[in-house]
Design a protein around this ligand. Structure first.
Ligand code: NDP
Length: 478
């Protein structure tokens, strides 16, 4: 038994993770349900490090040094449970099972409890960065027991992306915390992508800019506050020419965005917790709208627009581009602020004690939402670990001070010209809602008391009240 770590499940992600471990000098036990993938990993990459290949799960487990550390990287859901069921009888108390797939966090909570009953550590781990990240350094979000992190953490930190010498991996919290944070990461990714797409659409329609011109604008933005992997690849995609038609590649792609479900999970959980993550929700629904084929077919050319034609004078084009940039940055800050609110709410609900500043820090490299401005989030939580609203941190109020005027102009222009901007618009509504001294929720609560005797509280007196709406309209203190 010599292997320091094992990986079972050797499709693209597991294969690359195993190679990453091996390249860092670990002896890696490798296993896959069907042996072909194991054999090809060793045949293609055996020279990159030391692999111990096994055909059976029993041999695989036997090849691991104690306490055994087994990374499961298989299809999320039933397959993960199947692999766990096969592993458990082969393991001993103190061994560590790591699920690095995209598990739904309630499954992770359940599995952690089941394995803890066997004396095993179960580490549900978010891994972001796709196959490239898995090979060269992903962002890693491990949950589970602090004891398991003490053993496993250094290994994971050594294969994670590094930014300024700091690994993009840290202990997140008990049981499902790691997969939860990975889920919210993906939700934020949905929002980020939607906002970039809206900026692209506004530049396309407002200025009549070509994909190549917008690519240049994005490349320029990527040198400032918006610097991020997603802006960078968007510039790349927009610069790409379709080899078949010679047209801009983006113009030949069908305009229907798909999803694997993590955005949906994020929104479902936010509804459960009562956290308004409007940016992520709108981004998820925008993908759903793009795929609403019969509805779109019924609407195109039928629904009246009464939208103004764009007419931006040449001398105003630069100002429009800057307005779009500021609106994008402000909307992005809102989406992150909402996502971090959701992490705080779940952390309180499940007792995870997640350090939000540390989450922003481990997202700076390796993962899809890696971005310069994540440093700003870490700094904000360093100033106040219990910050109730990220937006209210001094740096971000400064961002809003600079950008909110532009943001209003862009959302108003989009509405007047009939351009859908669910991300920009809903984020601005959230912003105005959360900063409002008084909301029309007062009327809603009064309506609820009227039809359902749901009671209300008053601004001027403590207690709970009900008005006899159908009687003499007298008020009762309850
Ligand atoms: P897949 O999700 O395509 O899963 C294929 C692997 O699962 C194969 O090794 C397959 O074995 C194994 N498998 C499927 N069913 C079973 C079963 N019943 N018992 C045992 N093994 C089974 O692989 P990926 O590499 O794309 O992804 C692995 C995990 O990583 C997934 O959870 C996925 O969601 C996540 N992922 C994460 C990404 C990220 O950026 N973090 C990106 C992509 C994926 P066999 O070869 O025998 O069929």
């Amino acid at each position: 038994a010599t292997a320091q770590i094992g990986v079972t499940g050797l499709a693209v992600m597991g294969r690359n993770l195993a190679r990453n471990f091996a390249r860092r000098g670990y002896t890696v036990a490798v296993h896959n349900r069907s042996y072909a993938k194991t054999a090809s990993l060793v045949a293609d990459h055996g020279t990159e490090g030391t692999f111990v290949a096994s055909e059976s799960m029993a041999d695989f487990v036997a090849s691991l040094a104690v306490p055994r550390k087994v990374v499961i990287m298989v299809k999320a859901g039933g397959p993960t449970d199947a692999v766990i069921a096969e592993l458990v009888p082969l393991l001993a108390a103190g061994d560590i099972v790591i699920d690095a797939g995209n598990a739904h966090f309630p499954d992770t909570i359940r599995r952690e409890a089941e394995l803890a009953a066997h004396g095993l550590h179960f580490v549900g781990t978010g891994v972001s960065g796709g196959e490239e990240g898995a090979l060269n350094g992903p962002s890693i979000m491990p949950g589970g027991s602090p004891e398991s992190y003490a053993v496993l953490g250094p290994i994971l930190e050594s294969i994670a992306a590094q930014v300024d010498g700091v690994p993009c991996c840290t202990y997140v919290g008990a049981n499902g915390a790691g997969h939860f944070v990975k889920m919210v990461h993906n939700g934020i990714e949905y929002a980020d992508m939607q906002l970039i797409a809206e900026a692209y659409d506004l530049l396309r329609l407002g200025l009549g800019a070509t994909a190549a011109q917008i690519s240049e604008i994005f490349a320029q933005w990527n040198t400032g506050d918006l610097e991020s992997f997603l802006i960078e690849i968007s510039a790349d995609v927009l610069a790409h020419t379709d080899p078949v038609t010679g047209a801009a590649f983006v113009d030949v792609v069908l305009d229907q965005a798909e999803q694997k479900g993590t955005g949906r999970w994020t929104v479902q959980n936010a509804l459960d917790l009562g956290v308004p993550i409007t940016g992520i929700a709108e981004a998820t629904f925008a993908r759903a709208l793009s795929g609403s084929v019969p509805q779109r077919a019924a609407a195109v050319g039928v629904l009246p627009a009464h939208a103004a034609a764009w007419d931006i004078a040449p001398e105003d084009r630069a100002a429009f581009i800057e307005d779009v940039r500021l609106a994008l940055y402000a909307s992005k800050v809102v989406a992150y602020s909402q996502g971090f609110d959701q992490i705080a709410a779940a952390s309180a609900e499940f007792g995870w004690d997640v350090d939000r500043g540390a989450m922003a820090r481990i997202w700076r490299g390796g993962c899809i939402i890696r971005a310069r401005f994540l440093n700003r989030i870490t700094e904000a939580y360093e100033r106040d670990a219990h910050l109730p609203l990220l937006l209210a941190d001094a740096y971000f109020t400064g961002v809003m001070d600079d950008g909110v005027g532009a943001w209003r102009r862009i959302v108003a222009a989009a509405a007047l010209h009939g351009v859908p901007t669910p991300g920009f618009s809903s984020s601005l509504s959230y912003y105005d809602g959360v900063r409002a001294e008084r909301l029309p929720a007062a009327l809603i609560q009064a309506q609820r008391d009227f039809f359902g005797a749901h009671t209300y509280r008053r601004v001027d007196r403590a207690g709970t009240f009900h008005t006899e709406w159908t009687g003499d309209r007298s008020e009762t203190a309850l």
